[in-house]
Structures are given as C-alpha cells and as structure tokens.
Ligand binder design. Sequence first.
Ligand code: HEM
Length: 198
Amino acid sequence: MSKSEEERAQGKEKITLLDTLFNVYYNGKVDKAFMREEMENIIFGGTDTVITTLQWTILLVASHPEVQKKLHDEIDVFYRETEEINAASLKKLLYLECIIKESLRIYSPVPVVGRVAGEDFKIEDVKHAFAFIPFAAGPRVCIGLRLAYMEMKIVLSRFFQRFHVEATQKIEDIPPSMEMVLRPTKDIYAILTHRQSV
Ligand code: HEM
C-alpha cells in the first residue's frame, strides 16, 4: 500500500487546497469563472511576491558582508546536520528567517492592502501585532504565508550554500517601484563566487 493509500484507509488523508476547490465546484456551489479566478489568485499571488522578495533579499545580503558571513555559517551547519528538508527542519534556519523578515519589512512586496476598519484603533507601539503585516492579517490573510517562507528558505539556503555574493550597486541607488508588487526599478547585477566549502 502506498503512503497516500494507507492514509486514505485510516481516514488521515490530507485535504489539499485543490481538493477543497474541486469539491465546491463539483457540488455545484461555484462556477468555472470562480475556479479560474481562484487559480489566478493562487498562481499570481504566489509568484511575483516570492520572486521580488528573493531579489531584494539577495541584494540586501550582498550589501552586508557581515550578515552574509553569519548566514553562511548557519547554512553550513544546517546542511551538515539536516538529513531531510521539510517544514520541521526548515524551522532551524532562524537567522535566515530574520533576514527574510527584515527584507519583507523594508521592501514589502504588497505594501498597500485595502481594508475597511470595523472600528477605529491606533497603532502606537511598533511592537503592535499589526505593525508588521507583509502578508496582511485577519480573515483574508495570505493563504500562502507558510508555503512562501518554506519556498524562500529552500531557495535562499541552497543559493547561499553554493555562492558568495558581492553587490556591484549601492542598494540605495535601486529605488523600488510600486507596480503589482514592489519591484526594483533597475536590473540587479552581482558577482557570484562558488564557495570552496561546497
Ligand atoms: C513573499 C510572499 C508573499 C507575500 C508578501 C504575500 C502577501 C499577500 C497579501 C498582503 C495578501 C492580502 C492581499 C489583499 O487582501 O489585498 C495576500 C493574499 C493572498 N495570497 Fe499571498 N503573499 C505571498 C505569497 C503567496 C503564495 C506563495 C501564495 C500561494 C501559493 C499566495 C496566495 C495568496 C492568495 C490566494 C491570497 C488571497 C487570499 C484571500 O483573499 O482570501 N501568496 N498575499
């Protein structure tokens, strides 16, 4: 019996987002146009956001050699000690997570989200739970949040495991532009050097 057949037999089968969507579709609760819109949301919402965050993060790390050194140290230990890359083991990449969060703070890919406040409230404290919401918050929070962190951690850790990156432009000379997502206004060039340890 395969793992998925076993899980189905034990009633432990995981329901994916696609299962949920196709269930409501085949039950006649939504039409094809709804399905198309949802698929577009997932594909477009999950592509450019992640790609621009990767771009900005690589540029930020390349611009801060001391950060890159600490990141290389964390990644080297991680790949030496980790047998399987999965949601649990990726949690160990704490410094990389801080870097990604800092990148999302400075260059938030979706800096503006339209909402109507149910009631007035003031954000006075920078430690307020809503002071940092690159994935929005509340009932319409980004559904790809966890997936996004996992994707970005895998790509960035593999990338920095192999390469040392040197910036060739000053980050302040690359202003962001607010399009569908917050993009760099210029092409980014960097010098990649293979790391000896890999
Ligand atoms: C760095 C990566 C990402 C960022 C910064 C981000 C940010 C956001 C934000 C701010 C929203 C709320 C938009 C609004 O209400 O106007 C949102 C919604 C959404 N995101 Fe993401 N996202 C990311 C990655 C992903 C990924 C990987 C996926 C899916 C594979 C995804 C799928 C969606 C979907 C479907 C919605 C709409 C949710 C709803 O309206 O209920 N996102 N995202």
